[in-house]
Design a protein around this ligand. Structure first.
Ligand SMILES: Cc1ncc(COP(=O)(O)O)c(C=O)c1O
Length: 389
């Protein structure tokens, strides 16, 4: 009998692998051959999880807290998030509306299933985090890409939303700060997006996974402006818990019951150990560690941003959030993949090509992640200087 293959008509055939993964694999291969590689491709903090959280995780294991939890998560952790929204943003969010998920990825999967039907269109910025496009494809729906440029801070304005709106558009999915650009939606811009979405009767989802890792004074949660929106967040980035696989979503009141049903069916619950460990993320001890790390990211980002501009990359004036710089390479190359290949093979610097993140001008851009220590960043900059100046 002939072996089955994936039918190219099926939605799964439209899901692309991350190019950053092949950059990482090749970098590791070169390291095994004895080469020294500076890693600026990795989208996760280089710091390990804060000691208080690790200790809480160990205690959870010792106490045998190893069973499934309620699908929505343990009440204590959801309550910590209620307090977090009240203290950090001054908004009141009922515990029922907060669902603990297996990473932001689990939250996005759930919300894609909840909000998107076959044939729907979902408006997205281009460039954006690639999984989002893929989730939409998996729902047999259509990502409706809004090209956003460096000049507009890589975030869409309402005129553009209006221009890309189609009769089948059902929602707008944004991220602030964004991956790969690190840019944020200013409060008036976010308010304008909320108003536009409401006027059109669409849903609005905002990925706030890089909240906390921001270097501007005002970074609003969309919940401050409109409680009918969907929020995705995670313990991965600011809280430094990528490998624990823990995130959360906030849904409007009327979606609580169906969200619970979907959570039960899709993953039963998030990891119990990770949830008990994450309770320690809300202690003063852990907060101090997060703040020190945020400062370290800021220093690295400021350094890298200045150095890249001096070399001839074109990028935003200042870093706003996350740990990414999305830089135009036109001065050096018209093909980001070739550029990244050359930087890695010939100069030992690993960076991610813009083609991972969308279509609009993607060949002219690369993403630098400042998720490595200052000495390594300096080494990387030195190598880029030698290669490009
Ligand atoms: C914008 C954005 N959303 C979601 C995720 C997924 O994160 P998690 O580790 O919480 O699943 C990432 C990971 O890089 C991201 O950059």
């Amino acid at each position: 009998m002939q072996r089955q293959t994936i039918d190219p008509q099926r939605p799964v055939s439209r899901v692309n692998p991350f190019r950053v993964m092949s950059v990482m694999e090749r970098a590791t291969e070169l390291e095994k051959q004895g080469r020294d590689i500076v890693h600026m491709e990795v989208g996760e903090p280089d710091f390990s999880t804060a000691p208080a959280i690790i200790e809480a995780g160990k205690q959870a294991l010792d106490r045998g807290l190893t069973q499934y939890t309620p699908a929505a998560g343990i009440p204590e952790l959801r309550d910590c998030l209620v307090t977090h929204y009240a203290q950090r943003y001054g908004v009141s969010v009922a515990r029922e509306r907060i669902f603990i998920t297996p990473g932001a990825s689990g939250g996005l999967t759930l919300l894609a299933n909840l909000l998107i039907a076959p044939g729907d269109g979902v408006l997205l910025s281009d460039p954006a985090y690639p999984c989002v496009r893929n989730f939409i494809h998996l729902m047999s729906a259509e990502p409706q890409l809004i090209p956003v440029s460096l000049e507009q801070n890589f975030q869409p304005g309402t005129a553009q939303l209006e221009a890309h709106y189609q009769p089948n558009s059902k929602g707008l999915w944004l991220a602030s700060p964004s991956n790969p650009t690190g840019t944020i939606l200013q409060r008036p811009q976010l308010q304008a997006a909320c108003d536009w979405v409401r006027g059109k009767g669409l849903h609005l989802l905002v990925d706030e996974i890089y909240h906390g890792l921001h270097y501007v004074d005002d970074l609003p949660s969309v919940l401050e402006l409109d409680q009918s929106c969907f929020v995705v967040n995670s313990f991965s980035k600011y809280y430094g818990m990528t490998g624990w696989r823990l995130g959360w979503i906030v849904v409007p009141e009327e979606f609580v019951s169906v969200t619970n049903t979907l959570a039960q069916n899709l993953y039963i619950s998030a990891s119990s150990i990770a949830q008990y460990a994450a309770l320690a993320a809300f202690t003063d001890e852990a907060r101090l560690v997060f703040e020190q790390r945020r400062q370290a990211f800021r220093e690295r980002g400021d350094y890298l941003s200045k150095a890249l501009k001096e070399i001839g990359f074109i990028l935003a004036d200042s870093i706003q959030g996350a740990f990414y710089i999305y830089a135009n390479i036109s001065k050096f190359s018209a093909d980001c993949e070739q550029f990244c290949h050359q930087m890695l093979e010939d100069h030992g610097v690993a960076i991610t090509p813009g083609t991972d993140f969308g279509e609009y001008e993607c060949k002219k851009f690369v993403r630098f992640a400042f998720t490595t220590d200052m000495a390594s960043l300096q080494q990387g900059v030195e190598r880029l200087r030698k290669a490009l100046i």
